[in-house]
Design a protein around this ligand. Structure first.
Ligand SMILES: Nc1ncnc2c1ncn2[C@@H]1O[C@H](COP(=O)(O)OP(=O)(O)OP(=O)(O)O)[C@@H](O)[C@H]1O
Length: 519
C-alpha cells in the first residue's frame, strides 16, 4: 500500500433517504500538504469529513491511514490515530475555562489534569495563538474560541488537522495568523484538510484540491496554478454565473431609523447596546461588519422584535415607532428576517419545507379565513426550491436533512419572495457556495432596486464590500461611523471592527482622523 499518502479514502459511499451524499469517493491526502476539499452546497463535503472523523458511518468504502487499513468507529478512534477536527460550529461551554473545556473534550486523552493548563499555554504560544488557560470561554472572541478548538487538536500528537470553513468567523488579521499556524504545522509534518467556499484563500494556502459534485469526485487541481474563477468553474460547471456586477445605490427616504438606542445586558453573556444611531434608506443596502459577539445578536433582536422591551421611541419603520412591537406586527409593516441561526430560528428542523414556508409567509395569501390553502403553500415552496436552486429530495424533506448552504438558500428565498419593505439579514451567504452566492446577491440587489431597505450584519467582509452601499462596524455594543463602501479602505474597517473609533463619531459622517486612527 502506498505510504506516500497520509490518508487514502477509497470508494466512500453514504446513502441518506432520497440522496446519495457520497457516491464512491476517493480522496488522497499526502504527508505535509494542505489539501482543499471543494464543492457546491450539498456536494457531500461534510459527509465525507465526518466519515473520516468517525462521526458518520459509511455504507461502503475503506480508509487507509499511513498505508494501513483502519476502522474509524468514533471521534476518539480518529484522535487516537492523530486526526483532529475543528467543526464549523464550535462546541464550547461558555461558563467553563479553556482548560476545563479541553479536559472535557479530550477525556483521558487530555493527560494529567495538573499539567494540562501548562501544556495549553506552551502549545498555544508555540503556534503563535496565545491563550490564557484560566480564562472563561464566555470572555473570548470568536477568533480566540477557534484557537481553543485548534489547540485542543494540537495537544495530541496530530498528523492530520481537518478544518471546516475555518475563516468565515475571523477578522482579516486572524485569518493571516491562522494561515501562519497552518504553514508551521505543515513544516512540522502535519497534513491539513481545508474546506472553504472562499476560493482566494484556497489559491493562497492550499497545495492541492479535490472537487466534489453531486456526491462524486469531479476533478483535482493545484490551486496555485488556478484562479478563484477557474476553480469556481470546476465546482459549478459552465452554466452557473460566478460573478455579477456590483451596482451601488444611494436610496431615498429613510425606512429604518434608530435613535440613541441603548439596551442593558439582560442575560449573563449579553452585550449591552450603547447609543446606537442608524438609518437605512429605501433602496439602499447598509452593511455592519464585526467580529461575532460584539452586539450583533442583540441589535438584530432589538430591530426584529424578538427582544420586545420598550426602549422609548428609539426604533422607527417609515416614521412609525415600533419599540415594543412583536415580530409579527413588524412583519406586517413590511419587515422580513434572515437570522444567523438557520436551524432553530430561521427554520424548524423537524418541519418539512412546506411547513417552514408557511411559518413566515402565512400572511401572503396562504391562509384564507383560518384555512390553509395547501395548493398555494406547496406551489410557493416549490417556487422557492426551483428559483433558488435548493438541492433537496422535495418539498416534503425536513429542514434538518438539507445541507447547511441549501437550507440557507431556502430561507433567503422564502424571505425575499415576500417582497418586503425592510429586509434584515445576518450572514446571508454564510456557508453558501460561489454560484449560490451570486444568485443570492442578485436577488438582494434586485430587491433593493425595487425600493427595499436592506440591513446586512455579517462577518464576511468580501460579501459586505460586494453588496453594501454604506458600511460600518459594530464593536462592544457600539456602532462606528458609516461611509459609502467605495470610500472605506479595508484596514480602516478592520480598525473599526477592533473598536478603534471615537465615541462621539456619529454614523453617516466622515470620521475625523482622530476617530480613524487613535488606539
Ligand atoms: N442526516 C441527513 N439526512 C438526510 N440527508 C442528509 C443528511 N445529511 C446530509 N444529507 C444530504 O446529503 C447531501 C450532502 O450533504 P453535505 O452536508 O455532505 O454537503 P456539503 O457539501 O457539506 O454542503 P454545504 O457546503 O452546504 O455544507 C445533501 O443533499 C444533504 O441534503
Amino acid at each position: 500500500m502506498n505510504k506516500e499518502n497520509r490518508v487514502m479514502m477509497k470508494g466512500m459511499t453514504k446513502q441518506y433517504p432520497g440522496c446519495k451524499a457520497n457516491d464512491g469517493i476517493n480522496l488522497n491526502i499526502k504527508h505535509k500538504e494542505i489539501h482543499a476539499l471543494l464543492g457546491e452546497n450539498g456536494a457531500g463535503k461534510s459527509t465525507l469529513i465526518k466519515t473520516l472523523y468517525g462521526v458518520v458511518k459509511p455504507d461502503q468504502g475503506e480508509i487507509f491511514w499511513n498505508g494501513r487499513l483502519v476502522d474509524i468507529k468514533d471521534p476518539a478512534a480518529a484522535r487516537a490515530l492523530g486526526i483532529g477536527m475543528v467543526f464549523q460550529h464550535f462546541s464550547l461551554f461558555e461558563t467553563l475555562t479553556i482548560t476545563e473545556n479541553i479536559a472535557l473534550a479530550l477525556g483521558e486523552q487530555a493527560g494529567h489534569p495538573n499539567t494540562l493548563a501548562r501544556r495549553i499555554k506552551e502549545t498555544s504560544e508555540r503556534y503563535g495563538m496565545p491563550l490564557s488557560p484560566e480564562r472563561r470561554v464566555s470572555s473570548l472572541s470568536t477568533g480566540e474560541r477557534q484557537r481553543v478548538e485548534i489547540v485542543r487538536c494540537l495537544l495530541l500528537d496530530i498528523q492530520l488537522l481537518i478544518l471546516d470553513e475555518p475563516t468565515s468567523v475571523l477578522t482579516p488579521q486572524e485569518v493571516d495568523q491562522l494561515f501562519k499556524t497552518l504553514r508551521t504545522l505543515k513544516k512540522e509534518g502535519c497534513s491539513v484538510l481545508f474546506i472553504s467556499h472562499k476560493l482566494h484563500e484556497v489559491t493562497d494556502i492550499c497545495d492541492s484540491a479535490t472537487i466534489l459534485r453531486a456526491g462524486k469526485v469531479s476533478g483535482h487541481c493545484i490551486p496555485k496554478e488556478e484562479t478563484p474563477a477557474s476553480i469556481a468553474r470546476m465546482m459549478v460547471g459552465d452554466d452557473t454565473p460566478i460573478s455579477n456586477e456590483t451596482r451601488r445605490a444611494e436610496g431615498s427616504g429613510v425606512f429604518l431609523s434608530v435613535d440613541n438606542l441603548s439596551i442593558k445586558a439582560e442575560a449573563m453573556f449579553d452585550i449591552p447596546l450603547k447609543n446606537i444611531n442608524l438609518t437605512v434608506k429605501k433602496g439602499e443596502i447598509v452593511g455592519i461588519a464585526g467580529v461575532a459577539g460584539n452586539g450583533q445578536e442583540e441589535l438584530l433582536k432589538a430591530l426584529s422584535g424578538e427582544e420586545t422591551q420598550k426602549h422609548g421611541n428609539s426604533i422607527k419603520f417609515a416614521q412609525q415607532v415600533v419599540d415594543g412591537m412583536s415580530p409579527l406586527k413588524r412583519r406586517r409593516l413590511g419587515m422580513a428576517l434572515v437570522p444567523e441561526d438557520r436551524l432553530g430560528r430561521g427554520a424548524v428542523p423537524t418541519m418539512d419545507l412546506c411547513e417552514n414556508t408557511l411559518l413566515t409567509s402565512f400572511d401572503h395569501g396562504l391562509v384564507n379565513r383560518g384555512f390553509l390553502n395547501k395548493n398555494k403553500i406547496v406551489a410557493l415552496a416549490d417556487k422557492i426550491i426551483a428559483k433558488y436552486k435548493v438541492k433537496t429530495a422535495g418539498n416534503h424533506a425536513h429542514a434538518a436533512s438539507l445541507s447547511g448552504g441549501n437550507l440557507q438558500k431556502f430561507i433567503i428565498g422564502r424571505e425575499v419572495e415576500q417582497q418586503p419593505k425592510f429586509l434584515l439579514m445576518s450572514h446571508p451567504t454564510w456557508g453558501v457556495d460561489i454560484g449560490a452566492q451570486v444568485a443570492i446577491h442578485k436577488a438582494i440587489l434586485n430587491l433593493r432596486d425595487q425600493g427595499c431597505a436592506i440591513l446586512i450584519i455579517s462577518e464576511d467582509l468580501d460579501e459586505l464590500y460586494k453588496v453594501s452601499d454604506r458600511l460600518g462596524a459594530i464593536c462592544d455594543g457600539k456602532l462606528s461611523p458609516f461611509l459609502p463602501t467605495d470610500e472605506l479602505p479595508l484596514p480602516q474597517l478592520g480598525q473599526w471592527m477592533a473598536g478603534d473609533f471615537a465615541d462621539d463619531d456619529t454614523q453617516g459622517v466622515t470620521p475625523s482622523p482622530k476617530g480613524a486612527t487613535h488606539s
